[in-house]
Design a protein around this ligand. Sequence first.
Ligand SMILES: Cc1cc2nc3c(=O)[nH]c(=O)nc-3n(C[C@H](O)[C@H](O)[C@H](O)COP(=O)(O)O)c2cc1C
Length: 311
Amino acid sequence: MKNKVDMSVEFAGLKLANPVFTASGTCGYADEMADFMDLNSLGGFITKSITARTRKGNPDPRIVETDSGMLNAIGLANIGLEKFIEEKLPILEKFKSAVFVNIAGETIDEYITVAERLSKEKAIAGFELNISCPNVKKGGITFGTEPEQVEQITREVKAVSGDKILMVKLTPSVTDISEIAKAAVKAGADALSLINTFTAMVIDIETQRPVLANRTGGLSGPAIKPIAVYLVNKVYNEVAKKAKVPLLGMGGIRTAVDAIEFIIAGVTAIAVGTWNFVDPGSCKKIIEGIKQYCMRKEIPKISELTGTLKS
Ligand SMILES: Cc1cc2nc3c(=O)[nH]c(=O)nc-3n(C[C@H](O)[C@H](O)[C@H](O)COP(=O)(O)O)c2cc1C
């Protein structure tokens, strides 16, 4: 069955050329990476988080390498909604891959402002809601850690999103991720993405201070992969399969083997984050590697592999 693998997937009603995305925050707004990777060969591209206003983010140092991973405390540094529309959307409009805009904020109103304004833009296929942000109106409790908040933010953003796909990005820093997934689905999420980073810390033993100016940062990269695979499989079994809501899986993916693990665990598509910094060619290799695997296993369509984990 040489070259006969159908790599396309249907994702919340959207037909993607293949199941490989780049993860939010690791490829900027695309123009930064255009010299290093063929963005048109991707199934989808997710922008870094956009907020209603420009944000400078956290002070330096805001990145540190760890064993098999890294910590980042970028603090949602971004150019803000208006500049994004002016400067970046015209670049994204030219892409063949599906463009998802990741939205963040400090209040539900801020998320609504961004989603409502972008809901009319033809270049955008959908939104990814970054709910790993503190809700300033609720004393800084992270939106994504309470089912009631997740339900409210999903419902209110969905109401202004027009025909855009609404994907809610789950944080792993919760007691039961399925409860959060259920709340998002109940409120109308078209898709779920998981996982965001784990809050973590690195200490400099000479100064006896945290290495990051922010004290803590989000752990990503290969170190988190087995936990991400477990959480993906849990959400697939307990929520997504029955609700027929597609999952976008991420967390430490480096190779096609990693990507296939996520797909067997239950995701329709995967995203590569941290590994883009190590090898900007990794997405291309992953697409090819998935194809080779399907040929060897005589799987005619990659979509048939989703959720095929045997007991
Ligand atoms: C430097 C860096 C910046 C990130 N920025 C964002 C962001 O702006 N919004 C967001 O939702 N996730 C952000 N993430 C999280 C990733 O999208 C992804 O969920 C996480 O890193 C796990 O995937 P990975 O292990 O492949 O990197 C960022 C991750 C890194 C490493």
